[in-house]
Design a protein around this ligand. Structure first.
Ligand code: F6R
Length: 604
C-alpha cells in the first residue's frame, strides 16, 4: 500500500492488488482513490503473502469502476495481470479470443492481455515448458502492439513476478533477499536505492534472489543499474499539508541544485553530461524544443534566452503536433526535449522521430532512469528532487534553469558571448534561490487574495516577452488545480480579440516586465493595464520591486525582487503558483491529485 501510495500520483481513479497465497490468488480492487482500496482491505483483509502486484489506474478503456480496475484475472483465476499503457490491437485480439470461447468481465484492453497470456501459459504448461510464466509473457508481448508495461503472477509460480515493457516505464529495485518492480523508483524507495533501468521490449522475471532480463524472444539482455540519489523523505510532505505546497517551497533548492557544480570558479560552464561532439554543436543551425504542458512553457521561456544568447533560431513545439506535420529537422538541428517525468509518450515519440531524421537530441529531465533521457543523445538532469503533486511547479523552474545553462553553454562554445558576460549571467542565476525564497516568505498577501477569489468563474492572465509563457503557465495552474476557466494571452494580442472578454469585475492577472528591461515593453504593458481597467477589469499585477508606476492602475500589486528580464520568469511564476494552490485549497480541492489528470502521460 505504501508503494502504491507513492505511485498514486500517476493515476488515481481506481486501485487494486493481487497476492499469491498457498490457496491461490487473492485480489481486491476498488474504484476511486487508493484510500478506498485501503478501507476495503481493512474490511476484508488479504491473507499473508510474500508475492504480489498492485496498481493505481488512469482510465483509458472503460470507466473507472471496480470491474475495470486492475488486476485482471485469467486462466480460471490462477493468473493476475496489471498493466499501464494502451494495447492498440486489443480489439482484434479480443475478437479472436472471444471466438476461442474466452469471456470478459471488463471493458479493458488489460483483460485481453491477461486472457492472451493465460491461453499461452496453458499451452506451454501442457507442452512441459519449465518456465511457462516467463515464456508466456515473451510470446504474448510479441503479439501486443502499442504501449504496455505488464506484470503477472501465477498461482503455480510462487515467489515469481514476470513483467514486460514496451514504450512504457518499468524499473527494477534490487533488494537483499527481495526484489521489486515499479513504474518508478518511488514505489520501492523505502526498501532499496539500487535500481535497474530496463530497455525497450524487454521481459524481466524476479524472484526474491534473482532478476533475469531478456528480450521478447528470450535472448539475454542487461539492464543499467543506477543509484537513487534521493531518499524516501524527499517523497514525503515534510510537514506541509500537500505535496504541492511542499514543492512550491522546494523551489529555491530545485533551482540551486540544478545550478550546482555546472560552472567553475571563473564562471565557465562545465556541462560534462553534454556528450555530443563539440563540432556538431558548433554547426547547429536550428534548435527545436519539444515538450508538452508546463514543460513546453519552460521551453517557450528558454527560447527568448537561447535566441538572445546564441543567435540560433529556436522553435518551441508541442511534441504531439511536431511529429505529425512533416517537420524540417536534420543533422544540423539540435532538439531539446523537456520532460519532468522522462516518460511522456508524445515527447518520447517526437524524440524518436527527430533522431530518425538525423537530429541530435538533448533531454532536460528530472527523473533518473526514465525513458526519454535513455533514448536521447545527451541529458541535462534537473535536480529538483521527486515531484509528486500532479501539477508541475518546481520542475518548471528547474527546467528553465537547465535550459538557460544549455543556452549559455552553446553561447560559450560558439563564441557568441564573452566569458565575462556568461559569468555575469551565472552570477545573476546564483542569486535566484534567495530571491525565490524572498517571494515565498512574503506570500501572505497573494494567499489572502486567492482565498477572497475562490468564487471567481474566470481569470485571464496577460504577459509579454518572457512574461507571456509565464501568463500561460499561471492560467494552466489555475485550470488544473481550481477548475476555473483561465487563459493566458500575450498582452500585445489583447486588442486583437481577447479584450472583448473584459467586462465589469473580470479578474485579470498581468505580469509586468521590469521598467529597466528591454525597449519600451514596460510602458506598453502598463498601457494594457489601463485599457482593461477602463473596461471594468479587476487588475492583479505582478511587478518588480520599486515599480510604483503600476499602483495607480492595479487593484492588487505583488512585488518580486529586481532581476534581469530574461531571468524574471523564475520569480514571476511563483506568486501565480501560490495563487492557484491557495485558491484551490480554499475551494476544498485536492491540489495534489486534481481530477482527470495523471502525472506521467504515458499514452498518446
Ligand atoms: C502541468 C503538468 C503537465 C506536464 C506535461 C508534461 O502542471 O504537469 O502539463 O508538464 O504533462 O509532462 P513531462 O514534463 O513529464 O513530460
Amino acid at each position: 500500500m505504501e508503494g502504491l501510495r507513492r505511485l498514486e500520483y500517476r493515476g488515481y481513479d481506481s486501485a487494486g492488488v493481487a497476492v499469491l497465497t498457498p490457496n491461490g490468488i487473492a485480489s481486491r480492487k476498488k474504484s476511486g482513490k487508493l484510500s478506498n482500496l485501503v478501507a476495503e482491505l481493512e474490511a476484508s483483509p488479504l491473507p499473508a503473502s510474500m508475492t504480489g502486484i498492485g496498481h493505481t489506474r488512469w482510465a483509458t478503456h472503460g470507466a473507472p469502476n471496480d470491474t475495470n480496475a486492475h488486476p485482471h484475472l485469467a486462466d480460471n483465476g490462477k493468473l493476475a495481470v496489471i498493466h499501464n499503457g494502451i494495447i492498440e490491437n486489443f480489439a482484434e485480439l479480443k475478437a479472436a479470443l472471444l471466438e476461442q470461447g474466452e469471456t470478459f468481465l471488463s471493458e479493458t484492453d488489460t483483460e485481453v492481455a491477461a486472457a492472451l497470456l493465460g491461453g499461452i501459459y496453458r499451452e506451454l504448461t501442457a507442452a512441459g515448458d519449465p518456465d511457462p510464466l516467463t515464456n508466456a509473457m515473451r510470446k504474448a508481448s510479441q503479439q501486443l502492439e502499442g504501449a504496455f508495461t505488464l506484470l503477472a503472477v501465477h498461482q503455480d509460480s510462487p515467489g515469481v513476478v514476470v513483467a514486460a515493457r514496451r514504450n512504457s516505464p518499468l524499473v527494477v529495485g534490487l533488494g537483499d533477499g527481495e526484489n521489486f518492480l515499479g513504474s518508478d523508483v518511488s514505489g520501492f524507495i523505502d526498501f532499496t536505492r539500487r535500481a535497474v533501468e530496463l530497455g525497450q521490449d524487454q521481459v524481466v522475471t524476479i524472484t526474491p534472489d534473482e532478476v533475469v532480463i531478456t528480450d521478447f524472444f528470450g535472448a539475454p539482455a542487461e539492464g543499467k543499474e543506477f543509484h537513487v540519489d534521493w531518499d524516501a523523505a524527499a517523497a514525503e510532505k515534510g510537514g506541509y499539508p500537500s505535496f504541492m505546497e511542499k514543492e512550491i517551497n522546494d523551489q529555491p533548492d530545485a533551482v540551486g541544485q540544478t545550478l550546482l557544480g555546472r560552472s567553475d570558479a571563473q564562471g565557465r560552464l562545465i556541462l560534462d553530461e553534454l556528450r555530443i561532439d563539440e563540432a556538431i554543436l558548433r554547426s547547429v543551425d536550428k534548435i527545436v524544443v519539444l515538450a508538452c504542458g508546463t514543460s513546453a512553457y519552460a521551453g517557450q521561456v528558454a527560447k527568448y534566452a537561447i535566441e538572445h544568447w546564441c543567435r540560433i533560431p529556436t522553435e518551441v513545439e508541442l511534441s504531439h503536433e511536431f511529429r505529425y506535420r512533416d517537420p524540417i529537422v536534420n543533422e544540423k538541428t539540435l532538439v531539446v526535449a523537456i520532460s519532468q517525468s522522462g516518460e511522456t509518450m508524445d515527447t518520447l515519440m517526437a524524440v524518436r522521430y527527430a533522431r530518425e531524421q538525423g537530429a541530435k537530441v538533448v533531454a532536460i529531465c528530472n527523473t533518473n532512469g526514465s525513458t526519454i533521457p535513455r533514448e536521447s543523445d545527451a541529458v541535462l538532469y534537473t535536480h529538483a528532487g521527486p515531484e509528486i503533486a500532479v501539477a508541475s511547479t518546481k520542475a518548471f523552474l528547474a527546467q528553465i534553469t537547465a535550459a538557460y545553462l544549455l543556452g549559455l553553454y552553446l553561447a560559450q562554445l560558439r563564441g557568441n558571448k564573452y566569458g565575462d558576460e556568461i559569468a555575469d549571467v551565472l552570477a545573476d542565476l546564483a542569486e535566484m534561490p534567495a530571491k525565490i525564497q524572498n517571494i515565498l516568505d512574503n506570500a501572505d498577501k497573494v494567499k489572502k487574495l486567492a482565498r477572497d477569489m475562490a468564487d471567481a468563474k474566470s481569470v485571464l492572465f496577460l504577459g509579454r516577452h518572457v512574461g507571456f509563457p509565464v501568463a500561460m503557465e499561471g492560467a494552466l495552474k489555475l485550470k488544473e488545480l481550481a477548475y476555473i476557466h483561465a487563459e493566458g494571452f500575450a498582452a500585445g494580442e489583447l486588442k486583437h480579440g481577447p479584450i472583448a472578454l473584459i467586462e465589469d469585475g473580470q479578474p485579470v492577472v498581468v505580469v509586468v516586465p521590469s521598467p529597466n528591461g528591454r525597449d519600451s515593453l514596460h510602458a506598453k504593458v502598463v498601457s494594457n493595464i489601463q485599457e482593461i481597467r477602463a473596461r471594468g477589469a479587476v487588475t492583479i499585477v505582478i511587478a518588480e520591486e520599486g515599480d510604483t508606476s503600476v499602483e495607480a492602475y492595479a487593484e492588487h500589486v505583488f512585488y518580486v525582487p529586481k532581476t534581469p528580464t530574461l531571468l524574471a520568469p523564475l520569480l514571476t511564476t511563483v506568486p501565480l503558483q501560490i495563487f492557484a494552490c491557495e485558491l484551490a485549497s480554499a475551494k476544498g480541492y485536492d491540489v495534489d491529485q486534481p481530477r482527470n489528470l495523471a502525472k506521467s502521460v504515458t499514452v498518446e
